[in-house]
Design a protein around this ligand. Structure first.
Ligand SMILES: *Cc1c(COP(=O)(O)O)cnc(C)c1O
Length: 374
């Protein structure tokens, strides 16, 4: 193994934040001086700005992406006795949100090529107890909303979309979260395309009844202090994070475009390497490139070789939810979801973010060449 003379971090948030230090300073000072730290004007303004950005009517901010999913399902009346079709291949939060409501996650396999939910597998997973379909725009690649929307409509099911990785992603000219009949959730975890300096999340929809219930659910079931209409939660975005997100939302398109440039260079530079499968955007999609995830049968060796060159990589995700300890009681075993299990053995995410300068990308490419030649 070589001793690296250079390090390419997987994601460097500090570099991006340095571009906006003065605006961030002004934002937190404004909140400090306002004397209002929850559910104030920063939150209200951010909700309007993010709804506009997505091209939809309503945005309700909450405490995290997981909470956004759970409360969205609850706002739709989903709970014990219901089933929700989820991708077998996703971050476990998608499943945990369903379980938290008392409903049962029913996994469906992804398409091998896109790693996104396979509409045919969704149809096969629908049964008499199914209440909703919950696709994920995984790695920032929008799922096939036209097809999934028509499956949901023809079966009378709700459509909840986990867009935690897809702020600003587009498919067929539509931005993630723009579907007025769906309920789309976002995470503002610091490492996402639009990230706070802590936890945060939001639900975006065109359904004002769902939005009204969410506003109750996130705040103890209360619209008026000490009058509680439903048994709610405490899950709110704070004013400080809202103020910071407003600054960062103004950079989102710029930062996403830089991610797109990195992706284009990776795609051009890595084409044709034997044994390496590249992420292919589906037709008419413009991903947010939250992650640039390649596949290799020798994933672990490739990751180790890249680490030797100082190139940081990650695996999204090494253990599928159905095989995780958290779901041991449900009784799934290895072989139940073979496409998912193969993907989880092969995926490797390369450094990706607005921080990557051209010479970093060149260095990653060179390191991959060296690591794949024997
Ligand atoms: C990050 C993420 C979540 C959870 O968001 P948090 O804000 O961390 O709770 C849910 N689903 C997916 C696909 C994610 O990537």
């Amino acid at each position: 193994m070589t001793i690296a003379d250079r390090t390419v971090p997987f994601l460097d948030l500090h570099a991006a934040h340095q571009e906006i230090t003065e605006e961030l300073d002004a934002a937190w000072r404004r909140v400090l001086r306002s004397g209002r730290y929850l559910l104030g004007s920063e939150t209200e303004n951010f909700e309007r700005e993010f709804a506009d950005y997505c091209g939809n009517r309503e945005c309700v901010t909450v405490g995290s992406g997981l909470s956004a999913l759970e409360l969205a399902l609850r706002a739709l009346g989903i709970g014990a006795g219901d089933e929700v079709v989820v991708p077998a291949h996703t971050f476990i939060a998608t499943w945990l949100a369903v379980s938290a409501t008392g409903a049962r996650p029913v996994p469906a396999e992804p398409e091998d090529r896109t790693c996104n939910l396979d509409p045919a597998a969704v149809t096969a997973a629908i049964g008499p107890r199914t209440a909703a379909i919950l696709p994920v725009h995984l790695y920032g690649h929008p799922a096939d909303m036209a097809e999934l929307g028509s499956i949901a409509r023809s079966n009378g099911l709700a459509l909840v979309v986990d867009a935690a990785q897809a702020h600003g992603a587009r498919r067929a000219g539509r931005t993630a979260g723009s579907e007025s009949r769906a309920v789309t959730t976002f995470s503002f975890y610091p490492g996402k395309n639009l990230g706070a300096l802590g936890d945060g999340g939001a639900v975006v929809t065109g359904d004002s009844d769902v939005a009204r219930r969410l506003r109750l659910l996130r705040n103890y079931g209360s619209k008026e202090k000490y009058r509680h209409q439903i048994a709610g939660h405490n899950s709110r975005l704070d004013e400080l994070q809202a103020a910071i997100l407003r600054v960062k939302l103004s950079r989102l398109d710029d930062w996403n475009n830089r991610r797109r440039q990195v992706a284009q260079r990776y795609l051009a530079g890595l084409a044709g390497i034997p044994g390496l499968t590249l992420p292919v955007p589906a037709a008419q999609t413009d991903p947010s490139w939250h992650l640039f995830t390649v596949r290799s049968r020798n994933r672990d060796a490739l990751g180790a070789a890249l680490a030797g060159h100082g190139v940081q990589t990650q695996v999204h995700y090494p253990v599928p939810p159905h095989l995780s300890e958290a779901y041991a009681a449900a009784g799934w075993t290895t072989g139940d979801f073979p496409v998912t299990e193969r993907i989880s053995r092969e995926v490797l995410s390369l450094p990706m973010g607005p921080h990557l300068i051209r010479s970093d990308v060149d260095y990653v490419l060179d390191s991959v060449y060296r690591s794949t030649q024997r």
